[in-house]
Write a protein that binds this ligand. Sequence first.
Ligand SMILES: *[C@@H]1O[C@H](CO)[C@@H](O)[C@H](O)[C@H]1NC(C)=O
Length: 130
Amino acid sequence: MTVGMNKVLVIGIGLFVSCLLLQCEQVDGKEYIVGDEKRWSPDANLTQWTEGKKFKAGDVLVFKYKDPLLMVAELRDTYLFEKCALYSPGLIELYTSGNDHVVLEKGTIHFAPYTPPYCENGMKLTVHVE
Ligand SMILES: *[C@@H]1O[C@H](CO)[C@@H](O)[C@H](O)[C@H]1NC(C)=O
């Protein structure tokens, strides 16, 4: 009887902890670490990273970086993005925490490090969100 109770308790605590760790976000959307193990860095092949991924509204992109120069600019305007004109009026949002959680909305969204010359050097991410 005591053993049975302990099992129930352990499973209960296990569920509670995994829920905390995952923040139960599967319900709302998938969470993606941008660049996987390379994170948000010039070493990550972001084109390759997006291959085969289907992004949906409500999914979350997590940008992890230590260098504040990599702070993330979000744009919708493809023309300005291609020119790396990351400032106003193209700039929608600037993320600076180094652990930035961006909830995706429908459409095409562009991201690049705000500080030159990362974008100019080709560190760019475009996602198409359904
Ligand atoms: C990134 O990946 C793409 C697709 O796999 C590849 O064509 C491209 O050469 C890669 N870029 C670099 C800089 O390795």
